[in-house]
Design a protein around this ligand. Structure first.
Ligand code: THU
Length: 165
């Protein structure tokens, strides 16, 4: 059998901060605020992630770099480690990501790196629900329903068992 398959996804784009719903803007502002706490002396690229848990609590994280470059951690994983560690049963509903350089908030939105996509995907698997993703820049913010859009055909626990008869 030979078949060509197609994967597509939809996302909503908001042009200005004022176009966002108040709750979305609140989460984006939390991500921008925590980006100021980033330790990013090597890249000068400060990233912030804000996760809203089901209870309403907002957990924030920033990127923390290291002279041994691979030892650094991204904002998304920083925030997720915090939420899973401290609130294991209060599940993430949505995560906002924003970044800034020395010139201020990036013009375009910032997209999570591959490792962060994989970690957010694992969290969706752990909680059994999609996590809404808000990627924000000065000129636009995009909103996606799940990390699956950014990580199609993902590796997850089901494949660990895929060789069983
Ligand atoms: N970074 C994040 O924290 N999140 C992203 O989504 C992209 C990249 C960080 C890693 C590193 O500290 C800096 O940004 C430059 O790559």
């Amino acid at each position: 059998m030979i078949r060509t398959n197609n994967i597509s996804f939809s996302y909503t784009e908001y042009g200005k901060d004022e176009d966002l719903a108040p709750g979305d803007l609140e989460l984006v502002l939390a991500a921008r605020e925590i980006a100021l706490n980033a330790y990013a002396p090597y890249s000068n690229f400060r990233v912030g992630a804000a996760i809203r848990l089901k209870s309403g609590i907002i957990i924030k994280g920033a990127n923390v770099e290291n002279a041994a470059f691979p030892s650094g951690i991204c904002a998304e994983r920083s925030a997720l480690s915090n939420s899973v560690s401290n609130h294991p049963d209060d599940i993430p509903v949505e995560i906002a990501v924003a970044a800034m350089t020395d010139e201020g908030i990036t013009a375009g939105f910032v997209s999570p790196c591959g490792s962060c996509r994989q970690v957010i995907a694992e969290e969706e698997t752990r909680i059994g629900k999609p996590i809404r993703i808000l990627l924000s820049g000065r000129n636009n913010t995009i909103v996606l329903d799940s990390i699956s859009s950014l990580l199609p055909l993902q590796f997850n626990k089901t494949q660990l068992k895929s060789n069983l008869p």
